[in-house]
Design a protein around this ligand. Structure first.
Ligand SMILES: NC(=O)C1=CN([C@@H]2O[C@H](COP(=O)(O)OP(=O)(O)OC[C@H]3O[C@@H](n4cnc5c(N)ncnc54)[C@H](O)[C@@H]3O)[C@@H](O)[C@H]2O)C=CC1
Ligand SMILES: O=C(O)C(=O)CO
Length: 317
């Protein structure tokens, strides 16, 4: 009998059903789990499901019963994967489930920022229209997306999904070669060239030691003043203080951020503290959140458990 524990079930809306895996099991779900509660809740677990609860080496070393970690997400930066490899603890994740949801979120942010929709809404709230006394008014630039260039960092399922949508709306697509790479693969453009040529840059690579603060002062300075930065990858890919400074100095035109260095984020976070800026769109890590994506993810959670115990593991990391 497997003892399956889902540590943060409330990260998935209640109307999404997680199918019961076809393996003899007991299932325990917790809405959320504090770091101090993890070990106690997993003491008898053989399978742990975590979306964002951190499983570090210190915690994992206290859980000898564990046979499998199922990350209920694509990004697995909350799990000490090196420790798991060294200790032969299998970890699997969810793949290719949000290939509509995340790209659509990115393109929605892009249109909104390029057309300054939030800025116009704020101006109407602030009664600017009455002052202008015309049927329309132009207080912010409105750009076309068609004919512009998007730079995509990360060419996996989501980077490719964004490229498909971007091409369909007339954008030129540049995939960035890895930062610091001495060679440039066919089909890729050097990292710095992408930053300096793109009208919009979007991030779809994992958060690792290599990608932490991938976009900071120097990278923002390379971008065009009319450029837009979108991050629906992971908080930590962007230096948030540097981004706010770049927006304030007009080094870039706008930013759409779905992910934050700390989640939940509060007013101590530079992005949240500047949420009133008209050229900054913030969403609370929901790019993945269309109902169809959530259901695909929930199905894969169950499939991953079932496949593992059938001896044909899926999506092992
Ligand atoms: N905001 C949201 O709701 C969601 C965010 N994500 C994030 O998006 C990331 C990407 O997801 P997928 O495309 O499905 O993953 P994927 O594994 O299909 O693709 C990731 C790509 O990034 C590339 N990569 C790795 N290191 C890189 C580096 N240093 N520079 C450039 N590229 C690098 C890999 O080679 C791979 O092509 C996830 O790791 C996760 O952190 C994923 C789903 C939802
Ligand atoms: O799948 C992911 O990586 C997400 O961030 C959604 O939880």
């Amino acid at each position: 009998m497997e003892h399956i524990v889902f540590l943060d079930r409330d990260t998935i809306p209640a109307h999404i059903t997680i199918p019961s895996p076809d393996v003899a099991h007991q299932w325990q779900s917790y809405p959320a789990t504090e770091p101090s509660e993890v070990v106690e809740r997993l003491r008898e677990a053989t399978v742990v499901i975590t979306n964002k609860v951190v499983l570090n080496a210190h915690i994992l070393a206290q859980l000898p019963e564990l046979k499998l970690i199922v990350v209920a997400a694509t990004g697995y930066n909350n799990v000490d994967i090196d420790w798991c490899h060294e200790n032969q603890l299998p970890v699997c994740n969810i793949r290719g489930y949000a290939t509509r949801s995340v790209p659509e979120h990115v393109i929605a942010m892009l249109f909104s920022l390029r057309r300054n929709l939030v800025a116009y809404q704020r101006d109407i709230q602030n009664d600017i229209w009455r002052e202008k006394n015309q049927f329309c008014f132009f207080t912010h630039p409105i750009g076309d997306i068609a004919g512009s260039t998007i730079g995509i960092i990360g060419s996996g399922s989501l980077g490719q999904g964004v490229a498909t949508l971007a091409k369909a709306i007339g954008m030129k697509v540049l995939f960035a070669e890895r930062k610091g790479s001495k060679v440039c693969r066919e089909g890729y453009t050097p990292f710095e060239t992408v930053l300096s040529q793109a009208d919009a840059v979007t991030l779809h690579c994992p958060l690792t030691d290599e990608t932490e603060n991938l976009i900071s002062d120097n990278e923002l300075k390379l971008m065009k003043p009319e450029s837009i930065l979108i991050n629906a990858g992971r908080g930590g890919l962007v230096d948030e203080k540097a981004l706010i400074l770049a927006l304030k100095k007009g080094e870039i035109a706008g930013a759409g951020m779905d992910v934050f260095t700390e989640e939940p984020a509060d007013y101590s976070n530079p992005l949240v503290a500047n949420a009133g800026m008209p050229n900054l769109i913030l969403t609370p890590h929901v790019a993945w959140g269309s109902d169809s994506s959530l259901q695909t993810l929930a199905n894969q959670v169950s499939d991953n458990i079932q496949a593992f115990f059938a001896g044909k593991p899926n999506n092992l990391l």
